[in-house]
Design a protein around this ligand. Structure first.
Ligand code: TGC
Ligand code: FAD
Length: 388
C-alpha cells in the first residue's frame, strides 16, 4: 500500500496542484524504487547509484534551476516537498539531492561564469554529472572561516589550489566539486573537475550513520583550475548562501523521516499485544504518539511558512536556521521514541526505525550543528554573539 502522508491539518490545501504533483511523483518513486532496496544498501554501506538516473528522470535535480539549463524552475515549497518524500525513503538519498540541487547547481547558477553554467548545469540536471561541495576541513567544521585551504593566482592566468576537505557527501563519485579556499585571505569558490591533476577524493569508511551515502575526503595537491572556474562571489557569504538553500531542504526532508517512523509506530502499536491487549491501548503509548503527531504538524506548518517567505524573497537566514534546528531535533526525537515503542523489534532492519534514527544523528550535525543554529538565533534575539 502506498504512503498516505501525515496531514492532521489538511495542509495539502496550502500547496498548488503542481507542488502536490511533484510531491506525489517522488512519493511513488520512493515506494516503488527505494523502499525495496534501501535497508540492504544501508546494511552493506553502499549508495544506490542505479537510482540516480530515475531520480533525474522524475525531475529531482535542478528543481529550482532555470529551465534553460534543464531545471524545472519550480519554487521552494515544491523543492521542500520533494526532499520530504526522499528523506522518508532515506536521508542518504535526500543528502544526495540536497548536494546536487542546493550546494552544486545553486552556486553554479548563481555565481558561475556562462561557460561553467553551460558546461555543468544540463549535465547535473540529467545525472550525467554528479556534484559535491567542499567546505568542511578536518580541523574546521563549525567555523569554516578558519579554513586552511588556499588558492593562489597563477602568473599565466588561473589558480592553484592546496588543502584537504573532509566529510564531503558524494565526493568519491563526483564529476565536479564546488571547493572553497582562501584567496589572499578571503574565502572564494572554485569549480574543481574530476581528473584535474593533484585532485583525489578517497572514500571515508566506518560510519554508523548515513551508511547508504558516500562520504569522502577531498585532497587538493597543487590543483590548477582555469580563471573561468572561479565563482563570482567572495567572502563566507558565498558558501553560507548555499547552506541557506540546503538547510531549508533539510528542514522539509526530516519531516519525511519523522512521518515514516510515526506511521510505523501507529501500525506497530495496534498489532503488538502485551498484557492481553494492543499496546496502542496504553495511555503512555498514546501520549508518545500524540507528541509525535503534534511535533510533526508544528514542523510542517513552520517550514511551509519559511518556504513561502523564501519564495517571496522576504526572509532572513535566521528563519531557515529556526526550522533546520527545530525540525531536525523533532525528527531525531521522534525516531528515538519510535525505537522505544517498537521494543526490541526497533533495532531490526525489518522496521525503518534504527536506520532513520542513526541517519538523523548526522543530519542534526551537518549543515550547522543544532547548537550552532541555537547560537545564530541567540545572536538574533540578543544582539550578542556567543560564538567566541
Ligand atoms: P558571519 O560574520 O556571521 O557571516 C559572514 C558573511 O556571511 C553572511 N551570512 C550569510 N549569508 C547567507 N546565508 C547565510 N545563512 C548567512 N549567514 C551569514 C553574513 O551576513 C556575512 O556577510 P558580509 O557581507 O558581512 O561578509 O560569519 P562567521 O564566520 O561569524 O560564521 C557564522 C557561523 C558560525 C554561523 C557560520 O560559520 C556557520 O554557519 N557555521 C556552520 C558551518 C556549516 O554549516 N557547515 C556546513 C558544511 S556543508 C554540509 O554540511 C553539507 S551536508 C550535505 C548533505 O549531505 O546533505
Ligand atoms: P565541530 O565544529 O568540531 O563541533 C563539535 C561540537 O562542538 C558540536 O557539538 C558543536 O555544536 C560544538 N561547537 C562548535 N563550536 C561551538 C561554539 N562556538 N559554541 C558552542 N558549541 C560549539 N561538510 C561539507 O562541507 N560538505 C559536505 O558535503 C558534508 N557532508 C557531510 C556528511 C556527513 C555524513 C557528516 C556527518 C558531515 C558532513 N559535512 C559536510 C560536515 C558537517 O557540516 C560538519 O560535520 C559540521 O559542520 C560540524 O563540524 P564538526 O563535525 O567539525 O564539529
Amino acid at each position: 500500500m502506498s504512503f498516505k502522508g501525515v496531514d492532521f491539518f489538511e495542509l495539502d490545501s496550502l500547496y498548488s496542484e503542481e507542488e502536490l504533483m511533484i510531491r506525489d511523483s517522488v512519493r511513488d518513486f520512493v515506494d516503488t524504487d527505494v523502499m525495496p532496496v534501501i535497508e540492504q544498501h544501508y546494511l552493506d554501506g553502499t549508495f544506490p547509484e542505479d537510482l540516480t538516473q530515475k531520480m533525474a528522470d522524475i525531475g529531482l535535480f535542478g528543481i529550482k534551476t532555470n529551465e534553460k539549463y534543464g531545471g524545472a524552475g519550480a519554487g521552494y515549497c515544491a523543492y521542500g516537498l520533494a526532499m520530504q518524500e526522499l528523506e522518508r525513503g532515506d536521508s542518504a538519498l535526500r543528502s544526495f539531492a540536497s548536494v546536487q540541487n542546493s550546494l552544486v547547481m545553486f552556486p553554479i547558477e548563481s555565481y558561475g561564469s556562462d561557460a561553467i553554467k553551460e558546461k555543468w548545469l544540463p549535465k547535473l540536471a540529467t545525472a550525467q554529472a554528479i556534484g559535491c561541495f567542499g567546505l568542511t576541513e578536518p580541523d574546521h567544521g563549525s567555523n569554516p572561516a578558519g579554513m586552511l585551504s588556499v588558492a593562489k593566482k597563477l602568473d599565466g592566468g588561473g589558480y592553484v589550489l592546496n588543502g584537504t576537505k573532509m566529510w564531503i557527501t558524494n565526493g568519491t563519485i563526483a564529476d565536479v566539486a564546488v571547493v572553497w579556499a582562501k584567496l589572499d585571505g578571503v574565502v572564494n569558490g572554485f569549480i574543481v573537475e574530476k581528473g584535474m591533476g593533484g585532485f583525489s577524493a578517497p572514500m571515508m569508511k566506518g560510519k554508523h550513520s548515513l551508511r547508504a551515502s558516500i562520504t569522502s575526503e577531498l585532497v587538493l595537491d597543487n590543483v590548477e583550475v582555469p580563471e573561468e572556474n572561479r565563482l563570482n562571489i567572495s567572502g563566507l557569504k558565498g558558501p553560507l548562501s548555499c547552506l541557506t538553500q540546503a538547510r531549508f531542504g533539510i528542514a522539509y526532508g526530516v519531516i519525511g523521516a519523522a512521518m515514516q517512523v510515526y506511521e510505523s509506530s501507529v501500525n506497530y502499536t495496534k498489532s503488538r499485544k502485551q498484557f492481553g491487549k494492543p499496546i496502542a491501548g496504553f495511555q503512555l503509548i498514546q501520549q508518545k504518539l500524540v507528541k509525535m503527531l503534534t511535533d510533526i504538524s508544528n514542523s510542517q506548518l513552520a517550514v511551509q511558512r519559511v518556504g513561502r517567505m523564501l519564495e517571496s524573497g522576504k526572509y532572513r537566514p535566521q528563519h531557515v536556521s529556526f526550522v533546520k534546528r527545530h525540525n531536525c531535533n523533532m525528527a531525531l526525537d521522534a525516531a528515538r521514541v519510535a525505537r522505544d515503542i517498537h521494543g526490541a523489534n526497533g533495532i531490526l532492519a525489518e522496521y525503518p526505525i534504527m536506520r532513520h534514527a542513526n541517519n538523523l544523528e548526522s543530519v542534526i550535525t551537518y549543515e550547522g550543528t543544532h547548537d550552532i543554529h541555537t547560537l545564530i538565533l541567540g545572536l538574533d534575539i540578543t544582539g550578542i554573539s556567543a560564538f567566541e
